[in-house]
Every structure is written in C-alpha cells, then in structure tokens.
Design a binder for this molecule. Structure first.
Ligand code: PLP
Length: 511
C-alpha cells in the first residue's frame, strides 16, 4: 500500500520487536561483551549525509542487542522486575508520535487530563485514601520519571512547608501558614542550614541523594534484624529529639514500604506519630517496588496501607517496576497539592494562560522539577484498560506464588538459609554449610565467593546486598521475581544453577 511504501521501516521495526520477544528465552540473560565494545564498533562522528533507515535498524540488531542485559527475560531476577508489555510499548509509540511537552493544561489538554484520570483510577486500584485523588481538589497525583525524582520533589515541598511553619511560628501566630509564604524571612538561610532528613540504613539511596542535591543532612537510622530490618518510631523519635536538642530542625522522614534489600515494611504508624508531633515534619512513603501490590486486597495489611493512608504526606510507587508499564512511570501522590505548588510555581509572563490564571486547570509544571514532561499517562491507560485490574492482580499474584515456591526450595536445601522473611516476590538467601560451624565473617566471605561465581554465569543474574543492622552485617543474595515472562520452570532452573555452583564451591573449599 501507499502507506507501507512511504513508511516501510515502521512495520519492519514492529516485526523486529516481535521477533525479539519470540526469541528472547533462547538468549542468555546477560550479554557477553567487554567494556568499550560498542564505542570501538561505532564511528567517532555522526554521518555527514543521511543513511537508509534499514541500514540503521540492522545496526541496532548487530551492535545494540548483543550489548543488552535482557531485563524482559523470564530468567531475569536481579535488582527488581522492570516489566513491560506490548500495550505499554505502543503507548510510548503513540506518545512520541504526538510529542509535546505538556507542562500547562493549555499545552495539550488531553495530556493533563488523561494523567488526572488514570492517576485517580490508580488511587482506587491501590486502595489509597480519597484525599490523594486529584478530583478531591486538595491532594492529587502526577507521573514522574523515577522514585528518586518523586522523593526529591517531596523533599522540596517539605522544605518550603517547614520554612513557612518556622516563619509562622516566628510571627507568634500572627500569620497563617499560607500567608507565611509571602513574608520574606531573613532567617530563611539560617533555618535551611539546620534542616535534617531521616530514613534508615535500608532506605534507598534516593534519600541520601535528595539531601545531597538540596545541600542538607540525611540521617540513615539503624534498624534491627529482630525487626526484620524495618525502621521503628522510637529510633526516629530519639534521633529527632537529639537533633532538636542540638538546635537542628527535623523536616522530612522517608518511610519505606518494601525496602530494596529485603522488602521490609517500616513501622509507618509509629513513624507517622513522630512526624505528626513535629509541625515542621513531613512524611514521604517510598514504595517504589512493592507499592503496586496494594492492588491486591490480601497484601494491604502486611504492607500497612491503612497506616500509609493515615500518615503519609506523600506516596510513591513505580508502575515501571512490577506494574507492567515500561520505564518510566512513577506515580507520585501528595495529600496537599499546595505543598508542591507553593514550592514549585514559578510563572513568568510567557507561561501564563487564561485557564491557569483562572485556576480552573492543573498546570503540572507547578507540581514537578522540570518544565516539560512526557505524555506517560497513555501507556498506563493502555495497560490498565487492556489488562484490567484483574489482569494486573493475576500478574502480581503469580510473582508472589513463584516466590513461595522458591522459598520451599531454599528451605528444602540443607546448605541454604532464608535471611529475611520473604517479601511478596523477593527472597534473600545465603549459603550456610550444614555440617560446619562458621563465623559471620566467614559466611560473608563464602557468600561473596558464591555470588562471584554466579556473576560469571551467563544465565544467572542475581544481585547481592549487605544487610547492616544493630546486631550484624550479613552478605546475602537477592532473588527478585516478578517479570511477566517468568515461568515457574525459570525460577527452578536458576535455583538449580545456584545449588550446583554452591556444591562446586564447597567441594573446592572442602567445606
Ligand atoms: N526505592 C526503592 C524501595 C527501590 O527499590 C528502588 C529501586 O531501584 C528505588 C527507590 C529507585 O527507584 P527509581 O529508579 O525510580 O528512582
């Protein structure tokens, strides 16, 4: 057809993508390339004249695919699942076909309004409090690029709110909180330097990074193995009191639901009560990986949803991890949208619009760090409609079921132990030889050796972690299930390799 002749490469590209998925399981999970492989293979400057697209697409297969780690492979169990679906890919394609920076409602009304609709759908799917609905007129949600960006944005909102509270306090209540924003406070710089953020040693590096970017202090508070590596309110309270006694100003706490290392769930109500007792403080819940599991009613209690609903000032979960939507799609909700807009609304004359001035629309630029933004809600809309809530739930339950099966295998193996309670689809294990006593340091060394062997194996991709608690420091290996292409056989086969490598290692060491 005429269309086909004028756009031949588009169809070929879709075919090539389908072929990739059809042959994916026959590939190894990890690539077999050395650092610099691609830099050596490609020219050092851009071509002067255009090249045929077929040639370019062929080079994608020749040079790029061999250097890919196949995150969509059924045997990918490293880091976290980063699922995608054809619906999500097509959503991204549609999005880039109408590319626009959607920063104001007026830029592209559909861009803003679809995001409002699907973010409200997700409040319902996840069982979040109705205050997080954008239609509540008070709270609301936005899609950001990453949980790190969401946490940084929350921290900026929290900082500005804390500074307003301090200005208001200094005026002895003569100012309301919203009036405080308009009062130039000469103590701003002085107060800012005293602000402190809190998380635990298990908080994702996004906490320390947000503090670094803002030039503030982040305190990584200790956790106990006996508490399954979850942060307790008493630990936070002690740190907050200590800082106040030293003239510092606590302003931001991160509670994690589903920590990166073990999937631990912080004691949100305990932490929330500490935060609530201090008017300068704000509670952000990072649930980047586990939060999508709120879509399952049966996990809500274990994941302390009611506590999140009661205490969170903001909440984040990534649909681009376990949620079937390709990177990037981080859902970021706030209880009070004012916390964002009062921190981030900077409106020069050229960005003013009639609707924005009237306050009848949302201009997402005032809720985020950048001006422009991608039309990410399309892929979320496509996935939610195509899978339905039941399809998403089925996918999540499959990951949990496979993890339960893996836990049985680990328990049945006399040389391994489960290090922390399995969390949803994540299991941490280590090698503990049955017939010999070992110190913790020896066990850590042994497990580092085992992991080093697994790193060499092209079909195994498992990441390691070091669990630091008040009691111990444990090196262990994480098995992160949740890929939508994973079968139970994939889990079993990779576990069999782990066991075989462990046997070889123990034989070599004559343990
Ligand atoms: N928070 C937690 C608990 C995570 O497990 C991860 C995973 O990488 C992140 C944050 C980082 O997410 P992002 O890459 O979206 O910033």
């Amino acid at each position: 057809s005429r269309v086909y002749r004028s756009h031949p490469t588009g169809y070929a590209a879709v075919d090539a993508i389908c072929d990739y998925y059809n042959t994916l399981q026959s590939r190894t999970v990890k690539p077999d390339v050395q650092p610099g492989y691609l830099i050596k293979a490609l020219p050092t400057s851009a071509p002067t004249t255009g090249q045929p697209f077929a040639e370019i697409a062929a080079d994608f297969q020749k040079h790029i695919v061999p250097g890919l780690t196949h995150w969509q492979h059924g045997k990918f169990f490293a880091y976290f699942p980063a699922c995608t679906t054809f619906e999500s890919m097509l959503g991204d394609l549609y999005s880039s076909s109408v590319t626009n920076p959607g920063f104001n409602w007026t830029c592209s009304p559909a861009c803003t309004e679809l995001e409002q609709v699907v973010l409200d759908w997700m409040v319902d799917v996840l069982g979040l409090d109705k205050i997080f609905l954008t239609s509540s007129g008070r709270g609301g949600g936005i899609i950001s690029g990453s949980a790190s960006e969401s946490a940084l944005t929350a921290a900026i909102g929290a900082r500005e709110r804390a500074l307003r509270v301090l200005t208001q306090q200094a005026s002895n209540g003569a100012l309301s909180l919203s009036d405080a924003i308009d009062v130039p406070d000469k103590r701003r710089e002085e107060n800012t330097a005293k602000l402190v953020m809190y998380g635990s040693t298990q908080t994702h590096s996004l906490g320390a990074k947000a503090a670094k970017i803002l030039g503030l202090t982040f305190r990584a508070l200790p956790v106990r193995a006996a508490d399954n590596y979850a942060l307790r309110g008493a630990t936070l309270a002690a740190a907050v009191e200590e800082d106040i006694a030293n003239g510092l100003i606590p302003f931001f706490a991160i509670g994690t639901v589903g920590t990166t290392s073990t999937g631990a769930v912080d004691y949100i109500a305990e932490i929330g009560q500490v935060v609530r007792a201090h008017p300068t403080m704000f509670l952000h819940i990072d649930s980047a990986w586990a939060g999508v599991a709120y879509a399952l009613p049966e996990t809500r209690e274990e994941l302390r949803l009611a506590e999140v609903n009661e205490y969170a000032d903001s909440f984040c979960t990534n649909m681009h991890k376990w949620g079937l939507v390709g990177f990037d799609c981080s859902l970021f909700y706030v209880r009070e949208r004012r916390d964002l807009t009062e921190a981030l609304d900077v409106t020069p004359a050229f960005l003013r619009t009639k609707e924005g001035d009237e306050g009848s629309v949302i201009d997402y630029r005032n809720w985020q760090l950048a001006l422009g933004r991608r039309f990410r809600s399309i892929k979320l809309w496509f996935v939610l409609r195509s899978y339905g809530v039941e399809g998403l739930q089925k996918h999540l339950r499959t990951g949990i079921e496979y993890c339960d099966e893996l836990a049985k295998l680990v328990k049945a193996s006399s040389n391994f132990e489960i290090v922390a309670p399995p969390s949803l689809s994540l299991l941490d294990f280590r090698l503990v030889p049955a017939n010999a006593a070992h110190s913790e340091a020896e066990l850590n060394a042994l497990n580092r050796d085992l992991h080093a062997r697994l790193v060499m194996h092209p079909d195994v991709h498992l990441t390691q972690t070091l669990l630091k608690s008040e009691e111990s420091e444990v090196f262990c290996i994480r098995f992160a299930i949740g890929q939508n292409r994973t079968t139970l056989a994939d889990v079993q086969e990779v576990w069999a390799i782990v066991e075989a490598e462990a046997t070889r290692l123990l034989l070599k060491r004559k343990v």
